[in-house]
Ligand binder design. Sequence first.
Ligand SMILES: [Zn+2]
Length: 540
Amino acid sequence: MRASDLKSMEMIGHDPKTGFPILGHYRIMAMGITGLGRLYKDLNQSLGADKMDVLLTRFGYDGGLAHATVISDLYRFDSPEELLKAGGVMRRLAGLAHETITEIDFNPDKKQLRFKGIWKESFEPDIFRSISTGSDTPVCAILAGLVSGYASAVIGADVLVKEISCKAQGFDHCTFEGRTLGEWGLDLADVRKEFKITDIKTEMESLKSNLEQASRFIADQEDEINALKQQIRPGSMDTMIFRSHAMATTMTLAQKVAPTAATVLIQGESGTGKEVLARFIHDQSGRKEEPFLPINCAALPSDLLESELFGHTKGAFTGAESARKGLFVQAGKGTLFLDEIGELPLSLQPKLLRAIQEKQVRPLGGSTLEPVKARILTATNQEIKEMVAEGTFREDLYFRISVFPITLPPLRNRREDILPLARHFLSRLSPDHPGFSPQAIQHLEGFSWSGNIRELENVVEYGVILAGDHQRILPEHFPNQEAQTGTHPMAIFGQSLPSCRELEQQYIRHVLNQTNGNKTEASRILGLSISTLWRRLNRS
Ligand SMILES: [Zn+2]
């Protein structure tokens, strides 16, 4: 028969067992162009265009061999030329392209073949368009591979196909040429490289080593940049070093609220870096070129705090020899950060409420109101809600400042962050320091860190002083644990001496409490699998 005798409808059947459409015994699979687009994009990104072409061509080549096997199993053709043309039907049935062979010159005795053809509506330029706008070179690598494999099987000799012009280059359709190896002459090496994969592993290794070198270079540069950043504003990025999930959640919230004008209440134990987070929010906002003014409400007596915040006129009180603008006004369009807001005296709370609510302040002794343009961030380590219930904090003010609460997790709930933070502090104190011994790291990660990041920073500094700049920091270089916790850890038991099992239960419950019932986190801290955790928790 001839290629033109093939009827697509006759060729497709169904596998009675699986129900899949089949061609002979060949399963027809449909793959969305979008999905392939993702594959192309990833291949291109991870291997580069040349390597990707080779992989796709080789992928096509084996497909072409399969096409030839299937069709020659199903039908007998009058000549190898007809069988060659019949390959186009396979490409069409697979939805790949409309393929037409336009010229064939075949010498069966010498096994020499040359042919030319066109692909209309090739699928590959369509995929390519989903990852790039256009291409200088042909992109139909899978098709070139398919026809190569197909033709090689047909004549029983190696045939290589090269795409000459491609729709992706702006042509109406794609054209290609296929020849047996000898027929390519001097162009052979060029055509063949599309099929060669032998050295890809070596190349991958050399690429990998280049990549590693580049990463090291980048890491060095980053260190340098970080060091420079530290010089500009020491400590500003300290607690922004994290890899824990708990901290990532907090930072996502901070990043989301930063560009808005919302009043933020930062909650967290002391030493967790509340001011650093406030500064981060300021830096991430449109106000970053404006002042960031922090004030600790616990640090000043009531009257001094009032004049500091709201300003005063000349002669407003004894000693007020000149007028002074308060921080609300000094902050301009920047950020005013009120730390330890829970310590703000009740008498000043209405004034703060008005500053936030009505956006104006009246200086002490003054009669005119001044506008407030600054954003207000507040922080506390107290349970303000409870203070509201007790009547020591105004409820209306609480609602004003807690529009967007963010909680900074204590260091013991973000243990993954301890080592990166410790290394960060160390590199700042002693840039070329050899680091911590494994035991020292265990020690750091095991501490309770009731003083949080600030305490960690102090302990690292203590360690560097004892170990010096050239010796690794060992556990004995840290302040001793008794001094850290204040009491011997076993002192809590007093006269009651629980069994190991009781103690274990208590401790598991304690850790669960600390992780807010998060069993995954608790099991990680305890070094138990989740199922073991459950079992031990439930045994009595
Ligand atoms: Zn093409």
